[in-house]
Design a protein around this ligand. Structure first.
Ligand code: IPD
Ligand code: CA
Ligand code: CA
Ligand code: CA
Length: 298
């Protein structure tokens, strides 16, 4: 199906849409910060938040997509009602990824717009309006930062010696009750812990509060890996396209499938491991090296 789509023009449309959404996010934050009555609603619990700006940005993105591609399906975080991803072209949108950061004024915030065909992400645009950083990719056409800098920006797939040398992003997410939080924290401790305690003692852990920006940073090479349990399709769809075009691999949602392929039904996948592009060795391809690190991780 993707062969019938003009990915160049869809990418151009998506980039312009993300830039416009970014402007709404910037001005929406200014308005909130200058108002005495701005507040946010709680969704599943007291740390699962949504603002009027999340909803307005999603409404704007939906309207533009429906006007331009009336035959396409649409799934967005704030209007999600249990839709399944079919083989049809489906836009998968997180209007604001990093809502908690947005509310606090921590600048790791992005709009994330992806298009999947047959369950495979073919367009991905992630725009951070506070740092003016635009990550974009179309399947088969490479991934870029601010349209010009080809990803990864750290050089072509620098080697990774071991998990102990890795800089790894992890997130707490909003599911904080048992068994989710203790299980996540156990993984954090194992990754950060001293080898004497059986841990990997990786270089360090980071937690930026935006799944999309974590994936984009793995694509750019600034992070070696990003692991999270609890992501939804809108957190990862655009990022997967960017990551894969930058030579990285996304593992999951089934941890047993380390093929580097994404499971067709993105909505049921809640556990993801992104690994950046890593140089092949004399007897291993890049994907085999990534799979080895993914296995070591689990
Ligand atoms: C969240 C952020 C956060 C991640 C959560 C996501 P939201 O998205 O990406 O970093 O830990 O799993 O739900 O709610 O800000 O769009
Ligand atoms: Ca949310
Ligand atoms: Ca999100
Ligand atoms: Ca969101």
């Amino acid at each position: 199906m993707s062969a019938q789509l003009d990915l160049d023009s869809i990418l151009e449309f998506t980039i312009n849409l993300a830039l416009e959404a970014g402007e709404m996010i910037r001005s929406g934050q200014q308005k909130r910060f200058s108002s005495e009555s701005s507040n946010e609603d709680e969704k599943a619990n007291s740390v699962d938040l949504v603002t009027e700006v999340d909803k307005a940005v999603e409404a704007f993105i939906t309207k533009k997509i429906k006007e331009t591609y009336p035959d396409h399906q649409f799934i967005g975080e704030e209007t999600f009602n249990g839709q399944k991803i079919t083989d049809e072209p489906t836009w998968i949108v997180d209007p604001i990824d990093g809502t908690t950061n947005f509310i606090h004024g921590f600048p790791m915030v992005a709009t994330s717009i992806g298009l999947a065909v047959g369950g495979v992400p073919v367009i991905g645009v992630i725009y951070n309006p506070f740092l003016d950083q635009l990550y974009s990719a179309a399947k088969g056409k490479g991934a870029y930062l601010n349209r010009k800098t080809k990803l990864p920006i750290t050089g072509k797939s620098k080697p990774l010696q071991s998990l102990g040398h890795a800089l790894i992003a992890v997130e707490y997410g909003s599911a904080r009750s048992a068994p989710q939080l203790p299980s996540k924290v156990k993984t954090f401790q194992t990754l950060a812990g001293s080898p004497d305690l059986g841990g990997k003692m990786c270089h360090s852990l980071r937690s930026m509060g935006s799944a999309a920006l974590n994936i984009a940073t793995v694509a750019s090479g600034g992070l070696d890996m990003y692991w999270e349990v609890g992501c939804w399709a809108w957190d990862v769809c655009a990022g997967i396209c960017i990551l894969q075009e930058a030579g990285g691999a996304m593992f999951g949602p089934k941890t047993s499938s380390l093929s580097g392929e994404i499971d067709g039904d993105l909505l049921t996948g809640r556990k993801y491991l992104a690994v950046r592009g890593i140089a092949p060795s004399s007897d291993e391809t890049s994907l085999q090296v990534q799979q080895r690190f993914a296995r070591e991780f689990y």
